[in-house]
Design a protein around this ligand. Structure first.
Ligand code: PLP
Length: 759
């Protein structure tokens, strides 16, 4: 300290009263009090030419700001030679500068009020009015890590984020930045900006923002970036971050009128800055693991990022537009959208809910409608690893830009993906045929079985559903046996569903399974010819999420095989880890099928489906007639399918299905204990059903209540559905990233609705 004291006396000619080191900065900063009580900051840097030039530029900016706006920004103090930078004697290794201390409490230390936030916006705008006048070549030429306009250039640095369940949000917002921000940036105004108005740099007096320090991150960038950075840190820990952000935007706009294109990208810029902050802090943490400040701010940033993804970007746009007096986006009403749809689309393609939802976007387990609402998706299992999962989207984009062709050519990703997919199956399931839908897959599965066995008949389960093709309908009691159906075809044998809640046999310790299998056996005996195949889902979705009675398949499969047929498991709904305890539904029954039908989750929404079978069955199909699917197994589909499998593994989604599913089931069972109308709660992992009944004695279906709950939940922005022969079962099969808090929300809402339904 004595050295510093001597340095100040020698170069700045004042008597030092007190010196303290200021913590938390990359360079060394001293707080200095002189004999007359004035406060200063002495900054010490390791000298180099680019830094020296930057410091000179900083001095120029600070002088200009101080000329216009007094006592708000650090004012450079000249040394005795009249220079604002002082170079050390020891071969010019160090460079120093002295700044006048700006008085005030830090933003993070003060109570956050609306007045404070409004004053913050105004303060920033007043500063930016001055900065807009400045042309500075040094700053314009500057490239630095913390410059949001170059966010995507730190892409490789995302690898510092180890946690895949955090990384996915960062990947998501990088992708959204690329899609929504980069194309707009070239038309936006630029300026020198402070670029770091975080809560450790903003100073407050009497409840208002009065000062800003640390101009070390100044860049020449888009003006709106200034606001994005400031807002990002100000809204940490806020219950309703968007409303607080709007206060800053509104008051800023009172001084500098913001343009529509600027406010429209603010949502993505804030997310981008959060990501940047997390990436850079992960990097810093790796370099300096003991820095507590990094960890504290990191936690807040992660919490905000997870909250931000739940905000519909359209809502953010509307809120920010309103804050600057711009009209909200005009969006066609749902009713006129429906009228338009019906001009082109048959009403046979039904729309869910009394009040249909007009969707505009989605992210993971959240869906955004066109009107700014966010829906919690507790229903859609097709976006298996989460809606628009960035890994999957990018895998598709990349491959689509490179090559998309068909399986008549050799391309490595077909074999790579097939190998990865087949590694998930037990022996002897080691061949795959790729197609584009579950229907095409079940259709092909039946053909494979019929070709292999030479038989035609097929045994199916009551209430089962396997597809919409002619073949699909014929093997789906859910279709041929219901409204509009043509009844059972001659070659179909329909065996009773082994339902231990509603069926005649209820002892689910293996007894009922054997009894139901006995019924299938009797049916086979009665049949005129052997069956080529028996097809069933391990949990029958369209029957209302009915798990097959314990031991059922273990007793049925041998009977089918004995009479020369093959066993097909339809895993379109139950596959890919959704069961939690197992990767495939058939594993719950401790059997290995001969053919497996895959679909829905396989491509996370991309039309990708497959049939997996044994060498023997696949060989028997190679009978001279080529199997070719124009789109099945194309490189884009393979890239997407492979990304889905990787995400399931990396994000531990099967384990999540197990834990969250277990918790969800437990909470639903608690609900069952409280409400008599819940007759049964069932399912595995994240594939659950809640059966509603009017009367436990006769198990009278409560279709009306199921319909009421489905629609009311929708009105409460939660997506569930109903199914079953009487449509009285609530079906839940959310994206696999669904978490316990999400489950709590669903159960809590259901509980409230059930209570109000009774009273
Ligand atoms: C069990 C099951 N199998 C097959 C299908 C048919 O799949 P897709 O709609 O892709 O043709 C479905 C679709 O809902 C299904 O649930």
């Amino acid at each position: 300290m004595m050295e510093v004291k001597r340095f100040l006396e020698k170069n700045y000619g004042f008597n030092v009263d007190e010196i303290n080191i200021l913590e938390g900065y990359a360079n060394i900063n001293y707080k200095v009090k002189n004999a007359s009580g004035s406060l200063f900051v002495l900054k010490e840097y390791t000298n180099n030419q680019p830094l020296f030039n930057t410091l000179q530029a900083e001095t120029r900016v600070l002088m200009k700001l101080n000329n216009k706006l007094r006592d708000k920004f650090p004012k450079p103090v000249a040394n005795l030679s009249g220079n604002f930078l002082t170079v050390s004697d020891d071969n010019l290794k160090k460079v120093y500068r002295l700044l006048k201390w700006v008085v005030g409490d830090f933003f993070y230390q003060t109570e956050h009020t609306h007045q404070l936030f409004s004053s913050f916006g105004k303060f920033l705008a007043m500063m930016d009015m001055e900065l807009l006048q400045i042309n500075d070549e040094t700053i314009e030429a500057r490239r630095m890590d913390w410059d949001l306009q170059y966010l995507t250039e730190i892409d490789a640095r995302k690898d510092y984020i180890d946690d895949p369940n955090l990384r996915k949000y960062i990947d998501h917002f990088f992708l959204q930045f690329r899609e929504n921000v980069l194309p707009v940036l070239p038309i936006l105004r630029k300026s020198v900006i402070h670029n770091d108005a975080n809560d450790w740099n903003v100073l407050v007096k009497n409840g208002k923002v009065t000062g800003l320090i640390d101009f070390g991150d100044m860049v020449y960038a888009h003006l709106i970036q200034e606001l994005a950075v400031a807002i990002t840190y100000a809204i940490f820990d806020k219950e309703d971050p968007l409303e607080w952000a709007a206060l800053i935007v509104k008051s800023y706009n009172q001084v500098i009128q913001l343009k529509q294109e600027e406010v429209d990208i603010l949502y993505y810029l804030i997310a981008g800055r959060l990501c940047m902050s997390l990436i850079n802090s992960s990097k810093a943490k790796e370099e300096n693991p003991s820095n507590d400040y990094i960890s504290v701010s990191e936690k807040q940033a992660i919490a905000l990022l997870k909250k931000w993804v739940q905000i519909n970007p359209e809502k953010a746009k509307t809120v920010f537009r309103k804050a600057v007096g711009l009209k909200p986006l005009k969006i066609e009403s749902v009713s006129s959208s429906i009228i338009k749809r019906h001009r082109f689309i048959s009403p046979a393609q039904s729309v869910s809910y009394n009040l249909p939802v007009k969707m505009a976007g989605a992210a993971f387990q959240y869906m955004y409608d066109a009107y700014g609402n966010t829906f919690l998706d507790a229903y859609n299992n097709i976006p298996h690893v989460g809606h628009q999962h960035p890994r999957v989207v990018e895998a598709g984009q990349r491959q689509m830009a490179r090559l998309n062709t068909n399986t008549r050519y050799i391309f490595d990703i077909l074999a790579e993906y097939s190998e990865k997919l087949l590694s998930k199956f037990p022996e002897p399931l080691n061949k795959v045929f790729f197609v584009n839908s579950g229907s095409a897959a079940s259709d092909l599965a039946i053909r494979l079985a019929q070709t292999k066995t030479g038989f035609k008949n097929v045994m199916v389960l009551e209430h089962g559903y396997h597809g919409h093709t002619r073949q699909g309908i014929e093997i789906s009691h859910y279709k041929f046996g219901r409204k509009g159906g043509k009844g059972q075809a001659g070659y179909i044998l329909k065996t009773p569903i082994p339902d231990t809640f509603r069926g005649p046999y209820k002892k689910n310790d293996g007894t009922a399974g054997r009894q139901y299998a006995g019924l299938a056996k009797d049916l086979l005996k009665e049949g005129s010819a052997p069956v080529a195949a028996f097809i069933a889902e391990p949990i029958v979705g369209c029957a209302g999420q009915v798990p097959l009675a314990k031991g059922y398949l273990k007793n049925v499969y041998p009977v089918i095989r004995e009479q020369g047929g093959v066993c097909i498991s339809d895993e379109v709904q139950t596959g890919f880890g959704r069961m939690g305890s197992t990767f495939w539904g058939f594993e719950l029954q401790d059997v290995v099928p001969d053919i497996v039908v895959l679909g829905k989750p396989m491509g996370n929404g991309h039309p990708l489906a497959a049939v997996v079978t044994t060498d023997e069955i696949a060989d028997s199909f190679d009978n001279g007639m080529e199997f070719f699917s124009s789109f099945g197994g194309n490189p884009v589909s393979c890239a997407i399918g492979k990304a889905v499998l990787e995400v399931i593994e990396e994000e531990g989604l099967q384990q999540n299905a197990l834990e969250t599913g277990h918790y969800f089931l437990k909470m639903l069972n608690e609900l069952k204990n409280r409400y008599e109308v819940i007759g049964d709660v069932r399912g595995n992992g994240l594939f659950l059903g809640v059966e509603l009944i009017k009367n436990i004695e006769i198990l009278e279906h409560h279709t009306q209540l199921a319909n009421h709950l489905k629609n009311k939940m929708r009105d409460n922005f939660i997506l569930i559905s109903t199914d079953g022969p009487k449509d009285n079962i609530i079906k839940m099969k959310p994206p696999m990233c669904f978490n316990k808090q999400n489950a709590d929300i669903v159960v809590d809402r259901l509980s409230k609705l059930l209570t109000s339904y009774h009273t």
